[in-house]
Design a protein around this ligand. Structure first.
Ligand code: PEP
Ligand code: MN
Length: 355
């Protein structure tokens, strides 16, 4: 921590600042300039968190030297983290992982049809909302528990691990019992009670960036989950709110290389919620991979025009297959490969095991 003092600081004020810093267990080092004195605080910066340094007389500004996130920081881990989802899928290795499925689980047949289509096109994780965080209380809120049962069923029958959103601390154990990965939606990124609760479950977490959250705030949200005991966190850039209205959100492409520089955690891109338009999904997906993302999460619906949520941005199975076919070239240009598709045989084995 570096404290910059006002030009008119008195000796008594300077002594008082040093006393407060030293009382917290740090050493101080003075650097006297013509106009200002700079106080270097040496030691564990966290101990100064509770000292209101800016309010002390004579202080002009305070500059932290260390990042506020530790466990999530790039320095914390020599290797980049690879997060395992279920038995067969991973995010964060050399290969690009694609998560795909409907915005909301609307029923058994549509979920199964979508699961088969996305798996056959090369997705290795199935998404599907059970509890939906809709902006309007009058919009479809998701099938809730029924959807969780369907996800758990299709996960076995089609051999795909599943990710679904948890909205409420009271549902964490229930959702963890039905899904391989738990999603924290953009609107809940700073629901600290939920983040803390997710710290104690043995399931990886897909943490989506808040609508107006900075990169540091996203990393601090990950830090919450990690500080409470769960280090399997995947970050998701899903577009942020800007002045631009031509797209639903603005995909912050620059967040991807910044996050890769700042953290060892994997980063995926959600081109569906970023653009809010099926036509924009492929270009935004390509941009995400080109910028260094470890994967994608894409909304797919067997019949988007009848979808109960996010139909405008949902790809048909055919459009998704076409996106997947073109993605390989972008992955290899970025020095990556595509995740090996889950073999159909594997699904058959699982069906037999379940029978
Ligand atoms: C979703 O993934 O369906 C969703 C609601 O996303 P977000 O939280 O990013 O808006
Ligand atoms: Mn959606």
């Amino acid at each position: 921590m570096i404290i910059i003092t006002r030009p008119d600081i008195s000796d008594a004020e300077l002594d008082h600042i040093r006393e407060r810093v030293e009382a917290a267990g740090l050493h101080t080092h003075l650097s006297r300039g013509e106009q200002r004195t700079i106080i270097g605080c040496i030691g564990d910066e966290e101990r100064l968190a509770e000292v209101p340094l800016k309010s002390l007389p004579g202080v002009e500004s305070v500059m932290p030297v260390l990042k506020p996130y530790k466990r999530a920081s790039r320095e914390f881990s020599v290797n980049r983290t690879v997060v395992r989802i279920g038995d067969d899928a991973t995010i964060g290795g050399d290969a690009i992982t694609v998560i795909a499925g409907p915005c909301s689980v609307e029923g058994r047949d549509m979920l199964r049809e979508t699961a088969v289509a996305v798996r056959d096109a090369g997705a290795t994780v199935l998404r599907g909302g059970a509890f939906k965080p809709r902006s309007s209380p009058y919009s479809f809120q998701g099938l809730g528990r029924e959807a969780l049962t369907l996800l758990a069923e299709v996960r076995v029958s089609e051999g795909l691990p599943v990710v679904t959103e948890v909205l409420d601390t009271r549902d964490v154990d229930l959702v963890a019992a039905h899904a391989d990965m738990l999603q924290v939606g953009a609107r809940n990124m700073q629901n600290f009670a939920l983040l803390a609760e997710l710290g104690r479950v043995q399931r990886p977490v897909l943490l989506k960036r808040g609508l107006s959250a900075t990169i540091t705030e996203l990393l601090m949200a990950a830090e919450y989950i990690m500080a409470h005991g769960n280090t399997s966190v995947v970050l998701c850039e899903r577009g942020i709110r800007t002045f631009e209205r031509a797209t639903r959100n603005t995909l912050d492409v620059s967040a991807i290389p910044v996050l890769k520089r700042e953290t060892h955690l994997p980063v995926v891109v959600d081109p569906s919620h970023a653009g809010g338009d099926a036509e924009l999904v492929a270009p935004l997906a390509f941009a995400g991979i080109a910028a260094g993302a470890d994967g994608l999460i894409v909304e797919v619906h067997p019949n988007p025009e009848c979808a109960l949520s996010d139909g405008d941005q949902s790809l048909t199975p055919a459009a998704f297959a076409s996106l997947m076919a073109r993605l390989g070239a972008f992955a290899s240009a970025a020095g990556r490969s595509m995740s090996t598709p889950l073999p159909r045989r594997h699904a058959d084995d699982l069906r037999e095991t379940a029978a």
